[in-house]
Design a protein around this ligand. Structure first.
Ligand code: ADP
Length: 399
């Protein structure tokens, strides 16, 4: 909106001076008055239009709106304070602290004692808080000044970083523990063999050797699984592209178990036609090997293990390994693919398990953009079902 400019004083002054001059020169009073009226009237009507000049209060309202609009779409949580009161909080901040904080006193809005300290701290001050949005959450809050009246608090959610850090520490602790146990056994047995003053009888020595070898193999399996996991972690964003035919891959893996005890328990069901996916053949072999190994370990010793391969629909290959063992209780199902998670640690260790087999399977499935489902009815066995995207067009097959 535009408004008229103030009164045109210089023009009016000249008009008045001219009228006085005319009167002094003896011009008729009516003519002088008419000239003065015409002149001032034209000056008034022709005065230029001036741009808006807002009252101070309106200007402040506009800049408050600008500040509010500017922070609203930002992904980082921001709260603007007008002295001690919350004047605006963007969507991310409202999601973390609640929409009710807008307009509240800062001490009530921030509620956490360490966060409230920010109200009296200087520009650039930072505090780290636990439990601001949820009991486990970890937030970093920093204070930045806008001007003498307004300042903002930037809230950065560090919960995920803290969780990753904790998971990493737990993983290293678990891996060290898993390695230390067989290592302690090996050292103990070797020391006994070396220290026996009169030697040990042959049978005893054979038993000691057997134990040392078993524990050394356990360490070897653990190190090999740890290396597989770390390689999978490194490659997880790199989607494999080689065409792999799952029928011949499954036949090859089942064939590897031939000669080992329990191999006659394996039943492979595969269709006549080829079922191909884009994949990493050696990782898919490892996936199937781990699932078959578990089914043999945890299934009933005399019962069959079925490996079935089908094209579920025109987009999806379905590879399932089913056993007829004791199965898995429902509360364990969501955790089975966590590293070192075991439903029965004693049984797993006795069977030479590392606790990493299903974590490796999950990583391989994720790298292939597939899905892993675990179904079990306790007492009636377990099925591990892997779904992978089928290769779109027929391509030369490498496996
Ligand atoms: P492990 O080396 O202990 O076998 P995995 O990661 O392969 O480690 O499996 C994790 C746990 O899941 C096992 O310890 C076992 O408790 C359970 N599990 C895996 N496969 C089966 C199965 N086929 N039947 C019953 N439980 C199973």
């Amino acid at each position: 909106m535009l408004t008229r400019s103030p009164i045109p004083w210089p023009g009016l002054g000249i008009a008045t001076a001219t009228a006085v001059g005319m009167a002094l020169a003896g011009v008729s009073g009516w003519l002088v008055l008419g000239t003065l009226l015409l002149w001032t009237g034209s000056l008034w009507l022709s005065r230029p239009e001036a741009p808006l000049s807002e009252p101070k209060a309106d200007r402040a309202a506009v800049s408050r709106d600008v500040m509010r609009d500017m922070i609203e779409p930002l992904g980082i949580a921001l709260v603007i304070f007008d002295r001690d009161r919350v004047f605006a909080a963007n969507a991310s901040a409202r999601a973390a602290l609640g929409a009710h904080i807008v307009g509240q006193d800062g001490r009530i809005a921030l509620r956490h004692p360490d966060a409230v300290r920010l109200l009296t701290m200087g520009d650039g001050a930072t505090v780290i808080l636990r439990g601001l949005s949820s009991a486990r959450s970890l937030w970093q809050l920093s204070r930045r000044h806008i001007d003498a009246r307004y300042w903002l608090v930037e809230l950065i959610d560090r919960t995920v970083e803290a969780d990753i850090g904790r998971a990493h520490t737990d993983f290293v602790a678990n891996a060290s523990h898993e390695l230390r146990t067989p290592l302690a056994t090996v050292i103990g047995y070797v020391e006994t063999l070396a220290d026996a003053p009169d030697g040990l009888d042959k049978e005893m020595i054979a038993r000691f050797h057997e134990t040392v070898l078993r524990e050394a193999r356990r360490m070897e399996s653990l190190v090999s699984d740890l290396m597989s996991l770390s390689q999978l972690e490194a490659e997880k964003h790199d989607v494999p592209t080689d065409p792999v035919e799952l029928g011949s891959l499954a036949a090859r893996v089942v064939g590897e178990f031939a000669g080992r005890d329990r191999a006659d328990r394996l039943l492979l069901e595969r269709p006549e036609e080829q079922i191909s996916v884009a994949g990493d053949a050696s990782q898919l072999e490892q996936l199937l090997r781990n699932l078959i190994d578990n089914a043999l370990k945890y299934g009933e010793s005399a019962s069959p293990v079925t490996i079935s391969l089908t094209a579920e629909n025109e987009d999806t290959a379905r590879l399932a390994v089913a056993d007829q063992g004791q199965g898995i209780a429902a509360e364990h199902l969501p955790h089975l693919t966590r590293r070192f998670y075991r439903t029965d640690p004693g049984r797993s260790r006795a069977a030479g398990g590392t606790g990493l087999g299903l974590a490796i399977v999950k990583h391989i499935v994720e790298r292939h953009r597939g899905k892993l489902d675990i179904e079990s009815e306790p007492g009636h066995g377990a099925s591990f079902i892997v779904r992978l995207p089928l290769l779109a067009e027929a391509a030369p097959v490498s496996a």
